[in-house]
Design a protein around this ligand. Sequence first.
Ligand SMILES: Nc1ncnc2c1ncn2[C@@H]1O[C@H](COP(=O)(O)OP(=O)(O)OP(=O)(O)O)[C@@H](O)[C@H]1O
Ligand SMILES: [Mg+2]
Length: 399
Amino acid sequence: MAAITMKNIVKKYGDGFPAVNDVSIDVADGEFMILVGPSGCGKSTLLRMIVGLEDITSGDMMIGDRRVNDLAPRERNLAMVFQNYALYPHLTVFENIAFPLRLAKMPDEEVDRLVRDAAETLELTEHLDRKPGNLSGGQRQRVAMGRAIVRKADAFLFDEPLSNLDAKLRGQMRTEIARLQRQLGITTVYVTHDQTEAMTLGDRVAVLKRGLLQQLATPRELYENPGNLFVAGFIGSPPMNFLPATVEGTSVQLPFGSVEIPADKAERAAGRGLLIAGIRPEHFEDASLADEKKAGSTFTAEVDTVEWLGNETYAYIPFEAPPEVTRELAQLEKDLDSEALRTQLIVSLDGASRIQEGQEAEIWVDGRRIHLFDPETGENLTVDRERAGRIAASEVSAH
Ligand SMILES: Nc1ncnc2c1ncn2[C@@H]1O[C@H](COP(=O)(O)OP(=O)(O)OP(=O)(O)O)[C@@H](O)[C@H]1O
Ligand SMILES: [Mg+2]
């Protein structure tokens, strides 16, 4: 096992386009690191540079204390677990796992011991004589991991391993990969564009946008303290609401009324004119059900659509936004690859709520959890930097 350190990594393809632009990420020994971002942000390129399938234009790629920029893939001792699993259909599961050991001309007894150990860990013992074609997707994935385990790779690299599976199997496999990674304690870098996978699997998550690192933090830090509009909109489902806002004293004026926020947050956003407020759907509640949560504010709004899911209720509340805000939000939608229309507020209420469509409803909101963003730069003015991991943009401006 080993740590993987990327220092100022740049990748320019033939046409000069910087697919990865000055990215620095340190993956600790044994850590589960996620690379996440919308299509084309450079995740696969970065992973391929780690494993050696793509040349590095500039920067240092370190595995342990070795600089590996100029080493061939096989000299790096990493295991890429491919999306299509790259198994040999004519070989048994046993021989598929044993493959790298046979190549290395390891004695039969030794091969047998290593393969059986790995199969035990992966719960594949009863399948050792079967052919990969007869296995489920999840079992095939484990065979591919088995091959990586027996050759004692320093790290596992995954590129969207679950993207072809249906939702149920994807959930099962996600749990399985998480369990195995913890059990084996092997350094792992995992690429996905799915924020749920990023949140549930990663010790830390690196969020990328157009080749640039945005924030590198734990899932909780990203959720509670997104460094900018992009990260705020990417992490969380349903996504964070973005509303036009102005701050007066310790209250924020929103299209529906004013909400009290903590003094330290208000101070950091004071005197800055029109801002974008970010509030997650789950930080609202039906006011009639929220009486014990005294800290927040309530407002009245006309509810357009209600979706009752049993355990929760989504209510949709349209609002008007000035052009400065709609322009920024349109750009954000493009960056996020999303089609969501953002001039309606989505609130997630208790399933017991009786709020009806077309009704004026009293809604409670937790003012402590409001974020305020600069509409020009997208920067989160109210972020708690102690609990936000690394926010890449602020590192650049600090130099
Ligand atoms: N061989 C190549 N030649 C030129 N440009 C490339 C090449 N491979 C990738 N790119 C460009 O580099 C950028 C990053 O591509 P990459 O495949 O790393 O994205 P990704 O984040 O993995 O996206 P996805 O989620 O769609 O897999 C894209 O703009 C892409 O067009
Ligand atoms: Mg990719």
